[in-house]
Write a new protein. Sequence first.
Length: 476
Amino acid sequence: MEKLFKLKQNGTTVRTEIVAGLTTFMTMAYIIALNPNLLTNFDTGSALWNGVFMATCIASFVGMLCMAFMANKPFAMAPGMGLNSFFAVVVSNIAALTGMSYTESFQSALVIILIEGVVFVVLSVLNVREKIVSAIPLGVRLGIAPGIGLMLMNIGLGSNVGVYASGNNFATPFYVMRDFFGALTPSVIRDNMGPEYSTMVLTVVTMFIGLFVIIILAHKNVKGSVLIGMLAASVVYWAGEAIFLNVNPFASLKSASFMPPFQDMASTTLFKFNFRGFLDVGLFTVITLVITFCMIDMFDTIGTLVGTASRAGMIDKKGNMPNMKEALLSDAIGTVAGACTGTSTVTTFVESAAGVEAGGRTGLTALTTGILFLACIFIAPIAALIPAAATSAALIYVGILMVGGLRNINFDDMSQVVPVALMLIAMPISGSIGHGIGIALIAYTVIKVFTGKTKDISVLTYVISALFLVKFFLAV
């Protein structure tokens, strides 16, 4: 282990890395079931759903295996949120445009992901993606971590623990903090939420218990505080379900199947590229879709790597991370693996920050998380037992810590403050790290140009800013 991952050099141990890997896994295990749900329109139990489920586990493992042994970094990968939703929309549009079945359209859209992955492999090998990272101004790079922190807090306090109401007038999700404050006027909220009201209260209580357990243990320098806090929150939630909601939290295990659906993946997604259907979409549309997927994935990955590495102290004074090329190449290989097995773009997950906060510093963390993902083809029903509220506690805590990176920003320099401030707002609102970086780069370029400091801007920064302008205004 020492020779493979250089544990002593990175100030860590095997135990710390394994705990960190388990922590990361628990914060992002939701993607194992959520990704096939999104990509198949919640057609659970179908052959396509089973194929995407298998692809999610296998492609994530491949990406993290590369991250572990090529880059020796603690970052975890899986089919990216946002990108998978966009992919599902593309599949539906292809079906409407061509008249093909959803499965055939899905297989056509996988060609787009394959092209994206191959393009990224080439760009990574040629160091183009690494140069793009260097083109992002230092001030903007320093602001990425706090932006991700706000995004994590938004996920933890919002969409990650959404509770759906059953009443006809409340078809949209109630998010935890809005529900919590709404609970102060129960005549308005309780009557309309029905039985979901009790679930909401349990969710809020669980989340805050988990959060404060993590904070207290971290203050006492307890190893694995994030993981322990998540486990404590899970126990509270399970007990609450059993005592107050009269629900058996483990009931799903009775009818759960632990046999991996290899046959379903082989018949629906494994190397099932529909090139004919792909060409029927139209050349211009295909090019637009490939460029869109590339830009979103490019800057989401770059932002996650830079932001998380910054929090872990893995960057130098110039804001650069060692082995960035290998990390980006791992991401690209993961995307190719995802296309071949049957899922949308595989990207570096922002939840990796939880493992980093738990002490993860080497590829052993990524390898641990990857092995757990692969094991989920056998134990997915068990992983699904972790409540969203427990995950939220970890995400909020890590988000708070990452916001602390704002202290590195020069608040006397408006060319730093304005782009970072816009990025802090854009990331959680848009749900995209890439969009936040794009707005920050445009703001930085405009300020520098109109203050007569054009020499501070590299040619590549101009190009990237222009590309984002085109993307935003053409809405592609």
